[in-house]
Ligand binder design. Structure first.
Ligand SMILES: [Zn+2]
Ligand SMILES: [Zn+2]
Length: 279
């Protein structure tokens, strides 16, 4: 599968010269399989540019949402295939205890927050609530599981043959009754999704100092992300969901310091917008 990062920023789109290299668009990752099935992981602002690169004759697209925070759905209304009548768009994401996935999405895709209502979109939309066991989408086998983050939030494990990608953009595995990472991976949030993954794309919002002031906000420090990847046996880590307050220069420094301190067991490639990976 070929994986491309279209949005690497957390919380709020952060364009500008000081974030140009790591990127200012919010979470969106495309995954294209050997038989050209297209998965889109989250619909942050990065999804708009992805649309311009997709084959216009594509007839099915699956969008896998981790949760409904704005930085993960804000690009949805600007995703060009939604405005084509001949496209089947399947949207996967979590319901809440009181609202269906449709009701939760309609809160954004309806006036006054957005001028076009979901039912007015010309494409054919099918909604699927997760987690719901293993899902077959074309050549992919996808698993979803609830993870530690405020509100119903899932992570995804995407397998094609023996190749495994794990996507955990908003995740705080350190919020645990025992010191992190002292528990085995089976007892750690996101551990089963990440076990021995070839590529892990994971939340790395904070520095260690910033995390101390944001315990329970649902994110990880870069050091925790490195420790989580080692705990789970991931082979290659891509830290992303960068804090809006971190410039390119800050991120270069934070990555260098954290990697030197953690000495992770896996390869680490900082998440830059536009980066591609093949597994
Ligand atoms: Zn987020
Ligand atoms: Zn979130």
């Amino acid at each position: 599968m070929k994986i491309t990062l279209w949005g690497t920023r957390g919380s709020l789109a952060t364009p500008g010269p000081e974030t140009a290299r790591y990127g200012g668009n919010t979470s969106c990752v495309s995954v294209i399989g050997r038989k050209d099935t297209v998965l889109v992981l989250d619909a942050g602002t990065g999804i708009r540019r992805l649309a311009s690169k997709l084959d216009p004759s594509l007839q099915r697209i699956d969008i896998l949402l981790t949760h409904m925070h704005m930085d993960h759905i804000q690009g949805l209304g600007f995703f060009a295939p939604l405005y084509r009548a001949n496209v089947d768009v399947h949207i996967w994401g979590p319901a809440s205890t009181s609202l269906s996935l449709r009701e939760r999405l309609m809160r954004y895709l309806s006036p006054p927050l957005f001028p076009v209502s979901m039912r007015e979109l010309p494409c054919a939309i099918t909604l699927h609530e997760v987690p719901c066991g293993d899902i077959d989408i074309g050549e992919f086998k996808v698993s979803a599981a609830l993870v530690c983050h405020p509100g119903p939030t899932v992570g995804y494990r995407v397998a094609e043959g023996v190749s495994v990608l794990t996507y955990l953009p908003d995740h705080e595995p350190a919020l645990s009754p025992r010191a992190f990472p002292s528990l085995p991976r089976e007892w750690t949030s996101g551990g089963a999704l990440t076990a021995d993954a070839d590529l892990l794309i994971h939340d790395s919002q904070y520095s260690a100092g910033e995390y101390a002031g944001h315990v329970g906000w649902g994110h990880s420090s870069l050091r925790q992300t490195l420790d989580f990847a080692s705990l789970c046996g991931a082979k290659h880590l891509v830290p992303f969901h960068h804090d809006p307050g971190h410039t390119d220069a800050d991120l270069d420094r934070l990555m260098e310091e954290a990697i030197a301190a953690a000495n992770p067991t896996c390869r680490v490639t900082p998440g830059l917008e536009g980066a591609t990976f093949e597994i």
